[in-house]
Design a protein around this ligand. Structure first.
Ligand SMILES: NC(=O)c1ccc[n+]([C@@H]2O[C@H](COP(=O)([O-])OP(=O)(O)OC[C@H]3O[C@@H](n4cnc5c(N)ncnc54)[C@H](OP(=O)(O)O)[C@@H]3O)[C@@H](O)[C@H]2O)c1
Length: 340
């Protein structure tokens, strides 16, 4: 780290999470982007993303761990899974701190990774020491981490919604249903037929019921937070918006619990969480959190169930904003620096 400015490298510069990270970092008062790595031909990044003209003019360079380590203190790895774990070991070995936005280091367990990602994990040493980057529950570990596994977008919303009421013994641990809908940017920038405009426009639909990898990430992380094995029913949906996730979570209320106690529990658990807003007026909406790092949460008691709703922006609290929040913690900066 040079002076009080964190020097940041972004790997996979042409993708959506890279662009979102750049947008936030050019306004961050204590960070400077010093290296942009991509497989694409060298050019100023503003040629890749015209909206960046006049805001950052850095060239886009090939991946070179040594050169990146000379230029930067931390790397945000904005690559697909598999590609991430091909690059992360070299970055760590070169002395950088790393925040990996892919799923490669989130599950903490090679066998579980292989089961869900159908590929052997090739960097088990770092897999085991990676810290899950959800500051609301792993704040101290993130501060001390060299490698942070930035959470998935659905898991961020789901875990924030489920953990408090189960932990505070207001809701049952064995009856958790998460229905969540995501905007299309959640699928990344790489084009595919399924994400072609005529396929997605005006279409709101579920997908990957029982087979979405984020279900495993939610279960694994909730199990760690709550200290008991957790199983959840997780049903993702795609909604024709650019960005945003809304999770509607159904938890069985335990006898004697009340809506008032549930609201109080959320307020207690998130009292020190800079980016969680417990809403008592209007229910969470993707509109209220779009382009912000906030997670909005509310709870209602209805039909013997706590209905917890959580809204985040998948590109910000669900990806790049949370990565910068983690970066702030790893470098001893206030969590909110550059993010409000
Ligand atoms: N989009 C979201 O809402 C979201 C939320 C949370 C987490 N994530 C995760 O964040 C990561 C990046 O997502 P994204 O939405 O930014 O994806 P994206 O828009 O598809 O961009 C990924 C970038 O990675 C590089 N890349 C692709 N395949 C590669 C390969 N085989 N080897 C090396 N580099 C490769 C490409 O950049 P170059 O051509 O410039 O090298 C590509 O632009 C993914 O792991 C994703 O699961 C995304």
């Amino acid at each position: 780290m040079s002076g009080s400015v964190v020097r940041v490298a972004i790997i996979g510069a042409s993708g959506y999470t890279a662009l979102e990270s750049i947008r936030w970092l050019v306004r961050h008062p204590q960070a400077r982007i010093t290296y942009l790595a991509s497989r694409q031909e060298q050019q100023p990044v503003s040629e890749m993303f015209p909206e960046l003209l006049g805001r950052i003019d850095l060239p886009v360079r090939p991946f070179d761990a040594g050169a990146i380590a000379r230029a930067a203190d931390v790397a945000l790895v904005c690559l697909p899974h598999l590609a991430a774990m091909e690059h992360v070991p070299a970055l760590l070995a070169a002395g950088l701190k790393v925040i990996d936005l892919s799923a490669d280091y989130r599950l903490g367990d090679g066998a579980l990774y292989e089961k869900w990602y159908k590929h052997a994990h090739t960097d088990k040493v770092n897999l085991e020491r990676a810290v899950y980057g959800l500051p609301e529950f792993f704040f101290d570990q993130i501060q001390a981490a060299q490698l942070v596994a930035n959470p998935g977008c659905y898991p961020t919303a789901g875990i924030l919604g489920v953990a408090p009421l189960v932990r505070e013994k207001l809701a049952a641990a064995d009856d958790v249903i998460i229905n969540a809908a995501s905007g299309i940017s959640g699928a990344g920038r790489t084009p595919s037929q399924a994400h072609h405009f005529p396929e997605r426009n005006e279409a709101f639909e579920p997908y990957a019921i029982g087979s979405h990898r984020h279900g495993a990430e939610i279960e694994k992380t909730l199990s760690r937070i709550l200290g008991q094995p957790m199983q959840v029913i997780f049903v993702p949906h795609l909604v024709p918006m650019d960005r945003g996730i809304l999770a509607t979570i159904y938890l069985k209320a335990l006898p004697g619990s009340s809506e008032q106690a549930a609201v109080a529990a959320l307020e207690r658990v998130y009292a020190n969480a800079a980016f969680v807003r417990v809403r008592k007026g209007p229910l969470p909406s993707t509109k209220f959190v779009a382009n912000t790092n906030f997670a909005d949460i509310a709870v209602k008691l209805y039909g013997g169930r706590f209905i917890v709703t959580v809204a985040i922006d998948n590109m910000v609290k669900g990806a790049s904003g949370q990565a910068i929040e983690n970066m702030n913690l790893m470098f001893g900066l206030p969590e909110t620096t550059g993010l409000l």
